[in-house]
Ligand binder design. Structure first.
Ligand code: ZN
Length: 356
């Protein structure tokens, strides 16, 4: 055991030494390196900015030769012997970050094979390298969807406006999270009930037959600032903004008060918020068979007041009611709540011409 550990340690040290050597060589031999900032993060991955390494097409080609590539924003060279299917990416919409994982590259890959295209709409572009896998980390100035495809020995990247891809866009906010537990009753945190319902709603959205872009403010136990929640909806110019919560009495004490209520923005002159909230409430009552606490003006709530999209904040049930709390913790009940919200979204979008 001990010997094996030592061997692994040795290999680790060797890898790290090689990486350091590679970076040192890079530093010495590559021109313009003074513009590159190197920093090793917590993961031991060395990263540097590659913004300045993008070559414009004019710089590299005769005008005629680039014509057929002009429509793509960035062109990368496909690393030798790499299957295009092994190049994967993740999108983090809250940070406007796209991470592309590229195997089979060296740390100097983008010096050896410069990207061709334009940095329009890109705030930062860094390249991280660790043990033969490169991570191209792209931060865009606006929320964008990556369109990546391979043709011959090149990989083409385009950054699309979600509104050009989807017929409608819905932002779904799963209330509370992380250090903010929301209501806490009988050992149950509101943030967890909201998350379970939200994840079930995510499943319905994922298999939706409609061309709708669904964006979630969280899908795990993460703390998200209120400004970032409503900020996502406003920035992406959502057609609808839905927030999922669960209720408790003002005193916080257990009581007989129960039922669903949905908040809306009174100051929304279009009436879209109230209409969306009404449809949510109707679907919830229909699906859960619970009591109604009605529609409630919610302008004192930050994310409601500041939402530019028609907003509804659904309080599915009261955690301060013994019976309802039991229901809210039941996965089957949570699933029906999620289905009600999904139907409400689709019904509202159909009504307002967002989808057919
Ligand atoms: Zn809440």
């Amino acid at each position: 055991m001990i010997q094996m550990q030592k061997r692994i340690e040795k290999r680790f040290t060797a890898c790290f030494a090689l990486l350091t050597l590679a970076l040192t060589l890079l530093f010495v031999f590559v021109p313009d390196i003074h513009r590159v900032s190197l920093s090793a993060g917590d993961t031991g991955v060395a990263t540097y900015s590659v913004m300045d390494l993008i070559r414009s097409r004019d710089e590299l080609y005769q005008v005629d030769a680039v014509k057929k590539e002009e429509s793509h924003q960035l062109r990368l060279t496909l690393p030798r012997d790499v299957d295009p299917a092994d190049i994967t990416y993740t999108e983090n919409v809250m940070d406007k970050r796209i991470e592309i994982s590229i195997p089979g590259v060296s740390s100097s890959f983008f010096y050896d094979y410069p990207m061709v295209g334009s940095s329009d709409g890109i705030r930062e572009l860094t390249f991280g390298y660790s043990a033969g896998v490169g991570i191209l980390d792209i931060t865009t100035t606006k929320i964008r969807l990556l369109d990546m495809h391979t043709e011959g020995s090149y990989v083409y990247l385009d950054f699309l406006d979600p509104h050009d891809v989807y017929d409608a866009i819905v932002v779904i906010d799963i209330g509370h999270g992380g250090k903010d537990a929301g209501a806490d009753k009988q050992g149950v945190s509101e943030k967890n009930i909201n998350l379970e319902m939200g994840k079930k709603l995510f499943s319905y959205c994922a298999k939706s037959k409609y061309n709708v872009g669904f964006y979630f403010t969280r899908l795990d136990d993460t703390f998200v600032e209120l400004q970032d929640r409503v900020g996502l909806a406003n920035e992406i110019k959502a057609d609808l903004f839905l927030s999922i919560h669960n209720n408790s009495t003002a005193s916080g004490r257990m009581s007989s008060i129960n039922g669903a209520e949905v908040m809306y923005r009174v100051s929304d002159d279009s009436g879209g918020s109230k209409e969306f909230a009404a449809i949510c409430l109707e679907e919830i009552l229909d699906e859960l068979g619970c009591d109604s606490k009605g529609l409630v003006a919610g302008d004192e709530i930050y994310i409601i007041r500041t939402s530019e999209a028609p907003v509804a904040l659904a309080e599915i049930g009261f955690m301060t009611n013994e019976n309802e709390l039991k229901n809210l913790c039941n996965p089957e009940y949570q699933d029906r709540a999620a289905h009600a919200l999904y139907k409400a979204i689709i019904t509202t979008l159909k009504k307002n011409g967002g989808i057919k």
